[in-house]
Design a protein around this ligand. Structure first.
Ligand SMILES: NC(=O)c1ccc[n+]([C@@H]2O[C@H](COP(=O)([O-])OP(=O)(O)OC[C@H]3O[C@@H](n4cnc5c(N)ncnc54)[C@H](OP(=O)(O)O)[C@@H]3O)[C@@H](O)[C@H]2O)c1
Length: 157
């Protein structure tokens, strides 16, 4: 199970339900990597998608404790149910903070875009550089409109 996330310098990922700084290169990488895959997304992050709709060209599993139907998506109520439904499919956990944490025990590879900026955040991702069972296996630095950024891949040891 893989995850994809964009983090700021303090591993903040969001504020007030959205990403305060968005980097177009990260959006492109997200689109390329997840095309045709299955996504596991929290109900709050779904609200931040364009028109609050599931992403096209991907199977969307929305994690929620509610029972409402969401056109274009399948509802899952637990991490175990999500795991069962995506068995055998390339699957990305795409957030937000609560869903990353709920699925964290199942992750073995995480695509991280580091954005060297520190906007105020209220949602965070675990600092993978401080976790001994995770290692960075690939990185590529770039600048987005002058802001230093880095595409990184972390894998569980
Ligand atoms: N930087 C990035 O790459 C990135 C990516 C994604 C999101 N984000 C940011 O993350 C923030 C949102 O994160 P968030 O933690 O507030 O919301 P979230 O994870 O998107 O959604 C939380 C909701 O998911 C459901 N949920 C979570 N864990 C569950 C579980 N174990 N079982 C059943 N349902 C569960 C609940 O839905 P119900 O309330 O419907 O029951 C919960 O309220 C936003 O700021 C967003 O912009 C950043």
């Amino acid at each position: 199970m893989e995850a994809i996330v964009a983090v700021y310098s303090d591993w903040g990922i969001g504020a007030e339900g959205t990403q305060p700084i968005v980097v177009p290169e990260d959006r492109r990488r997200f689109a390329e990597l997840t095309r045709g895959a299955t996504l596991i997304v929290g109900s709050k992050t779904l609200r931040d998608f364009p028109e609050s709709q599931p992403l096209k060209g991907r199977r969307n599993l929305v994690m929620t404790r509610q029972d409402e139907e969401i056109p274009g998506a399948e509802i899952v109520h637990t991490p175990e149910q999500a795991m069962e439904l995506c068995r055998g499919e390339r699957t990305f956990v795409v957030g937000g903070a609560t869903v990353y944490m709920a699925m964290f025990p199942y992750l073995d590879k995480i695509y991280v875009t580091k954005i060297n900026a520190a906007p105020a955040c209220d949602a965070y991702f675990p600092n993978l550089d401080s976790l001994p069972d995770w290692e960075m296996t690939d990185s590529e630095a770039f600048r987005s409109d002058g802001v230093p950024c880095e595409f990184c891949v972390y894998e569980k040891k």
